[in-house]
Write a protein that binds this ligand. Structure first.
Ligand code: G6P
Length: 581
């Protein structure tokens, strides 16, 4: 969702900020803007793409500035609602990520005091509040007083005319500082910093940082506090397309390595003893991460015989399940608001908590008792691909760690080779079937049911084709009414316990004239004969087939979206990191 970049140093601030905002594009946005402090405040903000208009902001002068990518929540996407927002006299500039929940009451109050508002956003109120409290020299105190009036979640950057300073505030929305040589950056995550510095400071909730010519300082509740400078080893090349037409394709091609690296990234000691024999596990996650959680449920219950409940982050806070055992949250970004809210609830229940994430220093790592990291590197495309297979790798390995053996590690040994092979599959005919469809079904059973859900999610989010994932046996309880020669079905039919019944289900769907794209084991003559298009997965253990099938479904979504000329990396209305509940 919204992204923030701030800078103070000796470079042209607008260029650094536009470059940083471009690296945050992946979070999803509809407008962007930059303000520089030179020492007058100069602003450029537009609805639209940074790639088309970002260079227009380079004409702003100065070496101090703040910038923002906006994903509209309050007020339509427009030039006027884009950040930065200014006070009445255009001397104070503010960018904000999050939601100011009490903005309506504050706006009323400030209007009565004569403040004039120019936008429909919740953010503008911050600029006017700072204006109320600013005495002409002490910006930090003015921002502290402002923050004391705000309810909600926010990461803020504030700068004021005539003062060589940027104030950064973090409260329930992520914010990091980048420490360079006589320059300091602030950003929503580390990607804008890559290529400038590897030294970062992860601010904590309630922190206020001052960035000026002397360096940076962090305060909490008005008192100076120490925050550790940490080292980030992500490479700047990972946030570039590297010759691929889209980040999504590049990230799919990274999957053999990502799966292998993640799988081998844990020693037996990676899981503390108290997580090994829980009476019960509750997994909470959103989107693709939730689907990975469902795979874990199936796998863990059948192999470890431990009851596992998989819950959606957005639902978890609206009921009070009887929690015992450990609560595991899965989140690529480590910043998904619903998942974080669930984690806090689990902590309130005194459950040991375990986080699985891709992002070092992300909020989830600060709240959970223990973290297991995926080794996917930065994922830029909004649709999760390499992070999903990395989550599968962590979760499969987690089962080994709980059982104290390497059984799954051994079974998955050739996974990267098989993933590499399915990247080369010819899926043209399958794409031709999906491309004109208005509705698609994805069906699977057992472990492959969550994979069907994930395949359908991928297809709908990037190609805008309505796709439904179903447990194959459930199709007869309603969706069968929709089957016709216009509703193709992607059927996951691996060898194993569910094979025969899947085959029967496919025949039933065929009898309703639904075109079938079947995915199964290479050499499966029976399946090949009944489906319209057969996509073979090389012979391999079931879990390898599972991962490889996910990769094929990602490619099917990708290729279909490209054929439909969709904006693959930044699908409409979606955000990579959903930081509001
Ligand atoms: C957004 C993204 C999805 C992702 C979900 C959960 O909706 O577009 O790709 O699966 O958030 O994100 P998380 O970072 O918590 O895994």
């Amino acid at each position: 969702m919204c992204g923030i970049v701030g800078y103070i140093g000796s470079r042209n601030a607008a260029r650094v900020i536009v470059d940083g905002l471009q690296k945050l594009e992946y979070r999803g946005y509809d407008s962007f803007g930059v303000a520089t402090n030179n020492p007058r405040i100069e602003v450029f903000k537009r609805k639209g793409k940074i790639s088309e208009m970002g260079s227009d902001a380079w004409s702003l002068h100065g070496t101090i500035g703040i910038g923002h990518t906006r994903w509209a929540t309050h007020g339509e996407p427009s030039d006027r609602n884009a950040h930065p927002h200014l006070d009445c006299r255009g001397r104070i500039a503010v960018v904000h990520n999050g939601i100011i929940e009490n903005y309506a009451a504050l706006t009323r109050e400030l209007r009565e005091r004569g403040h004039e508002f120019r936008s429909e956003t919740d953010t503008e109120v911050v600029a006017h509040l700072v204006e109320e409290f600013y005495d002409g020299s002490d910006l930090r105190t003015a921002v502290e007083k402002t923050v004391a009036r705000l309810e909600g979640s926010f990461a803020l950057l504030v700068t004021v005319e005539g003062l060589e300073e940027v104030i950064a505030v973090r409260d329930s929305s992520p914010l990091v500082l980048g420490i360079g040589d006589r320059e300091v950056f602030a950003a929503s995550d580390v990607t804008p910093l890559l290529g400038y510095t590897e030294r970062v400071v992860y601010l904590e909730d309630g922190d206020l940082a001052t960035l000026d010519r002397e360096g940076w300082r962090v305060y909490s509740h008005g008192h100076p506090v120490r925050r550790r400078v940490e080292h980030v080893d992500w490479d700047v090349e990972t946030v570039k397309k590297g010759g691929f037409p889209h980040f999504m394709l590049k990230e799919i091609y990274e999957e053999p390595r990502v799966f292998h690296d993640t799988l081998h990234g844990f020693a037996a000691s990676s899981l503390p003893e108290r997580y090994r024999h829980p009476p019960e596990i509750t997994v909470v996650a959103c989107g693709s991460s939730y689907h990975a959680g469902l795979v874990f449920k199936y796998l863990c219950e059948s192999t470890c015989r431990i009851p596992v409940r998989a819950e959606l982050g957005s639902e978890f806070k609206y009921f009070t399940p009887p929690l015992k055992g450990i609560v595991t949250v899965i989140t690529q970004s480590g910043e998904t608001a619903d998942t974080l809210a669930a984690l806090k609830k689990a902590r309130a229940y005194n459950c040991p908590t375990l986080a699985i994430t891709n992002v070092l220093g992300s909020t989830v790592t600060r709240i959970a008792d223990h973290t297991l990291y995926m080794r996917a590197g930065p994922e830029i495309s909004v649709a999760a691909t390499k992070s999903f297979v990395a989550q599968l790798a962590v979760l499969m390995r987690l089962i080994d760690l709980m059982r104290g053996n390497d059984r799954l590690l051994t079974a998955l040994e050739q996974a990267n080779t098989v993933i590499g092979e399915v990247l080369l599959l010819d899926i043209d005919r399958a794409v031709e079937i999906c491309r004109p469809a208005e509705h698609l079904f994805y069906v699977g059973r057992g472990l492959f049911y969550p994979i069907a859900l994930e395949g359908a999610l991928k297809m709908k989010e990037i190609s805008y084709i309505h796709a439904e994932g179903y447990a194959a046996g459930e199709l007869k309880h309603g969706p069968f009414a929709l089957l016709s020669d216009q509703t193709p079905v992607v059927a996951l039919c691996p060898p194993g316990d569910t094979y025969s019944i899947m085959l029967s289900n496919i025949k039933e769907m065929k009898a309703r004239k639904a075109p079938i794209i079947g995915i199964g084991a290479s050499g499966d003559r029976e399946l090949t004969d009944i489906v319209d298009v057969f996509l073979p997965i090389p012979e391999s253990p079931e879990l390898v087939q599972l991962v490889a099938t996910s990769v094929v479904l990602q490619q099917l979504a990708y290729r279909t979206a490209v054929a439909l000329e969709c904006d693959v990396d930044q699908p409409r209305n979606l955000a990579k990191s959903v930081t509001v509940e």
